[in-house]
Design a protein around this ligand. Structure first.
Ligand SMILES: NC(=O)c1ccc[n+]([C@@H]2O[C@H](COP(=O)([O-])OP(=O)(O)OC[C@H]3O[C@@H](n4cnc5c(N)ncnc54)[C@H](OP(=O)(O)O)[C@@H]3O)[C@@H](O)[C@H]2O)c1
Length: 337
């Protein structure tokens, strides 16, 4: 089988295509024929060697997100059978409930080998069935970005009809947040560096679009669009460059889901969090239970992930380069086989 490995994490050109024997599933394990994978910003950090504190394993197989079909099962497998259409869950050991240290150390394409291969062997507990109306390419976008957006909007913010959600940029997490917020009857304000991308976000249903390059004090525009009240929930992916403004853009007693650090890390002033009674919650993807609940909503509302471009497996480095350019809208996908 074909598999990409990272002998060392020194940039996109470190990705090395290898030929290896197809693995055999042991007890409680499942052999998945991977049909598609998708990229997250974190995967770019992984190939750059800029992800995690402890350094990466050598020869890691990258990518957390993939979907395919069950090809064979080992002894004792009861959750799936050959032919089932499945996706891997981001943290292989976070099934439900509160996260544990073991669960947080079981992320595909980080702590353990990921999905960037023709075949992978996963424990039966680390899989979910994918919604029937989705292609493998579409389903491959769900495990990280979509579950993260779901966790933020549903588990943390408990968004309800009429709420206002602020999304930052038009990458994978933010566009899923847009789709889920609309499905729940919320109003969405989007920011982006690009007027063209804002037009696309509005065409999908966003009420307002603010160009954060043209309007650096975009939090003022959010306040103006909400009659001075502020957004009920901010899906915060910017990090140091956006967090202080997010604390001004959210309403008194509102919620900020802290998801990304696209603009790096910095010291912060905690006072507005206290004075404005803001509920700031760190989000790290989500559990299998969250993934399954999200899949029910996706199936019910016939939601389709927004895919910017699909690359061939042999052209996977170009997929990483597109992510690096930040020219994409929504998700970047690699088709396998
Ligand atoms: N905590 C978690 O569990 C978790 C899960 C998934 C992702 N993340 C993190 O969340 C972030 C987004 O991930 P992703 O995979 O969605 O990335 P992505 O698809 O690469 O999206 C990046 C987009 O973010 C926007 N952006 C960049 N700088 C911005 C700024 N200063 N203000 C507003 N928007 C800005 C840009 O959108 P425009 O081109 O429209 O300006 C850019 O295209 C990353 O930091 C990632 O590591 C965390």
């Amino acid at each position: 089988m074909k598999v990409y490995r990272l002998p060392q994490a020194a940039g996109i050109d470190s990705l090395t295509l290898c030929e290896e024997p197809t693995p055999t599933p042991g007890p409680y394990q499942v052999l998945v024929r991977v049909r598609a994978t998708s990229l997250n910003f974190r995967d770019l950090m992984v190939v750059r060697g800029a992800y995690g504190r402890g350094g990466l394993r050598t020869n890691l197989v990258p990518l957390s997100d993939g979907a395919g079909e069950v090809e064979a099962v080992g002894d004792g497998v009861t959750r799936v059978q050959p032919g089932d259409r499945v996706a891997g869950i981001f943290m292989q050991r976070w099934i439900g409930g509160a996260i544990t240290p073991e669960a947080s150390a079981s992320a595909l394409g980080g702590a353990i080998d990921g999905m960037m291969a023709d075949h992978v062997v996963l424990n039966q507990d680390g899989l979910v069935r994918i919604p029937a109306h989705l292609s493998f390419e579409e389903a491959a976008t769900l495990p990280c970005a979509a579950v993260t957006a779901w966790h933020a909007l549903v588990e943390h913010a408990r968004i309800t009809a009429g709420d206002t959600v602020l999304i930052q940029g038009t990458g994978g997490v933010s566009i899923f947040a847009l789709q889920f917020a609309l499905a729940m009857g919320a109003r969405v304000i989007a920011t982006s560096s690009s007027d063209e991308k804002l037009a696309r976000a509005r065409a999908m249903g966003a009420s307002e679009g603010i160009n954060y390059r043209a309007v650096p004090e975009w939090q003022e525009a959010v306040l103006a669009a909400t009659e001075g009240r502020g957004a009920d929930h901010v899906v915060e992916v910017g990090g140091a460059g956006t967090f202080a403004r997010s604390l001004q853009a959210v309403r008194l007693g509102g919620k900020v889901s802290l998801i990304g650090v696209l603009t790096g890390q910095a010291e912060m002033n905690p006072t507005p969090i206290m004075r404005r009674l803001i509920n700031v919650q760190g989000i790290y993807v989500g559990s299998r239970e969250m993934f399954e609940a999200m899949n029910r909503a996706i199936a019910l509302h016939m939601l389709r992930p927004v895919i910017d471009r699909v690359f061939a497996f042999d052209d996977a480095k170009a997929a990483f380069r597109l992510m690096e350019s930040a020219a994409h809208f929504g998700k970047i996908v690699i088709r396998h086989g």
